[in-house]
Design a protein around this ligand. Structure first.
Ligand SMILES: NC(=O)c1ccc[n+]([C@@H]2O[C@H](COP(=O)([O-])OP(=O)(O)OC[C@H]3O[C@@H](n4cnc5c(N)ncnc54)[C@H](O)[C@@H]3O)[C@@H](O)[C@H]2O)c1
Length: 255
């Protein structure tokens, strides 16, 4: 449990599943002490903590709903209480609702935006406040998507939220630069996680065929990109998004 994130304290939201779980495990493997946030499924959460600790890593879990600012502050406070500081914050928690503009209902829109966008905006705010108080910089990573840029009419609200995270990354990156707090987006393409479990087989096959690298990635393949963005190897990278999509967005007519 040692590497580029030695001595860093990393908080990851929505980290008992999928990409967030992989980020937590990779950050711990690279030397970080990790705080994971979860909202449902304590058993899965305990499994992530136990896995990291069994490899000699350090991990603390806190239950918090990212749609509530007070809960986001709870995550910061937990990082400081458990490990003394906060160096890296990853806005990862996210959901899809699968509705077109025509079908979209207010309740689902509010729920999605509360988690995906409000959670990321205020997550960035509370994390940046702690990093500023520490006075020696930090990194905020936003897990966006190809859909920060790429329309998907079957889920309009998701695209609006990820487009918002794109501008959060750029705007907060500019605001926080003088404090040496970097803000980096990581935009996954098609990743094998529960969020896609309901997609039908034909749609999945068409998507796979459209990916220049020819396969959907494992969450671990995103986690290494996130840990790179969080490390000093990326110390001149801010206010931008790194796409990790197997080339999908560049293929003409992919969707
Ligand atoms: N899987 C993909 O193909 C893909 C592609 C691009 C972007 N992403 C993004 O990656 C991120 C992680 O998604 P995933 O694919 O791992 O899906 P996932 O469903 O496995 O993970 C989502 C996590 O967010 C948590 N969560 C949901 N609501 C929450 C809340 N209110 N408070 C705290 N946590 C909450 C869930 O419990 C879960 O742990 C999301 O932001 C998603 O938009 C995923």
């Amino acid at each position: 449990m040692s590497g580029p994130l030695d001595g860093k304290v990393v908080a990851v939201t929505g980290a008992n599943s999928g990409i967030g779980e992989a980020i937590a495990k990779e950050a711990a493997a690279q030397g970080a002490a990790v705080v994971i946030d979860w909202v449902v499924d304590p058993a899965a959460t305990e499994g992530v903590v136990a896995d990291i600790e069994s490899r000699g890593g350090r991990c603390h879990a806190v239950q918090a709903d990212v749609a509530k600012v007070a809960d986001l502050q709870k995550i910061v406070d937990a990082a400081v209480a458990a490990f003394g500081r906060l160096d890296v914050w990853v806005n990862n928690a996210g959901i899809e609702v699968g509705q077109t503009l025509t079908d979209l209902d207010e309740e689902k829109y509010d729920r999605l935006m509360g988690i995906n966008l409000k959670g990321a905006v205020f997550g960035t705010q509370v994390a940046a406040a702690q990093m500023r108080a520490q006075g020696d910089g930090g990194v905020i990573v936003n897990i966006t998507s190809t859909h920060e840029d790429w329309p998907m009419p079957s889920d309009l609200a998701y695209c609006v939220s990820k487009g918002g995270m794109r501008m959060l990354t750029r705007t907060a990156g500019v605001e926080l630069g003088p404090d040496r707090i970097r803000v980096v987006g990581v935009g996954p393409g098609a990743i094998l996680t529960p969020i896609n479990a309901d997609d039908d087989a034909a749609a999945q096959a068409a998507l796979r065929a459209a990916i220049p690298l020819g396969y959907e990635a494992e969450p671990a393949e995103i986690a290494t990109v996130v840990c790179w963005a969080a490390s000093d190897a990326a110390k001149y990278v801010t206010a931008t998004t790194v796409m990790a999509d197997g080339g999908l967005m560049q293929k003409p007519g992919a969707v």
